[in-house]
Design a protein around this ligand. Structure first.
Ligand code: NAP
Length: 162
């Protein structure tokens, strides 16, 4: 795996991932975990979020957080969100923030992996059907630094190795 020259210390990816790597079916999430949704809300609240246009379509604009939506469509817009036409452009828009959360989906996680300094992964004890997956977490690049096991899932923190 080629390593980036452009890791951004303020960029965290946050995702809920099944045992089989699945994060969704392209339209929505494959589970309903209210406790994890509350974790997502309190973790991201007050910080900018970067997301792909399909993820925006699935969840809309979330209150209290600046949302930057990445799309290739030059004519796309939606109320309450900022638009970027590439991931670097999106990250540039929020570069002054102390903490930025990349919130999916699969296409955007894959492209953001090289910039992220931290991963907050909810490991869900399910292997649902679905075509959208989280990228592989390479243990030569990432080290697990915290694990909080709950009923049916675990909150796991990964930090990029020095
Ligand atoms: N489990 C979780 O934590 C979690 C989190 C988030 C999402 N999800 C799930 O993930 C699925 C959506 O993921 P996805 O992979 O299908 O889509 P996505 O990553 O949310 O969005 C893909 C879209 O982003 C835009 N895009 C991607 N790369 C781009 C680039 N380099 N430049 C400009 N625009 C770019 C394109 O939008 P245009 O087509 O408009 O050009 C593309 O169609 C859903 O099922 C959702 O529920 C799960």
């Amino acid at each position: 795996m080629s390593e980036p020259s452009a890791v951004l210390p303020n960029v965290t990816m946050i995702a809920a991932v099944g045992r089989n790597g699945v994060i969704g079916d392209g339209l929505g999430m494959p589970w309903h975990l209210p406790e994890d949704l509350r974790f997502f809300k309190r973790t991201t609240m007050g910080h900018p979020m970067v997301m792909g246009r399909r993820t925006f379509d699935s969840m809309g604009a979330l209150p209290g957080r600046r949302s930057v939506v990445v799309t290739r469509r030059r004519d796309w817009s939606a109320p309450g969100v900022e638009v970027a036409h590439s991931l670097p452009e999106a990250l540039d828009l929020v570069s002054g923030a102390e903490q930025v959360f990349v919130v999916g989906g699969g296409e955007i996680y894959r492209q953001a992996m090289r910039y992220a300094a931290r991963l907050l992964v909810t490991e869900v004890d399910l292997s649902p059907a679905g075509s959208v997956t989280f990228p592989e977490i390479d243990p030569s690049v990432w080290v697990e630094t915290a694990r909080d096991a709950r009923d049916g899932f675990a909150w796991v923190t990964w930090e990029r190795r020095a």
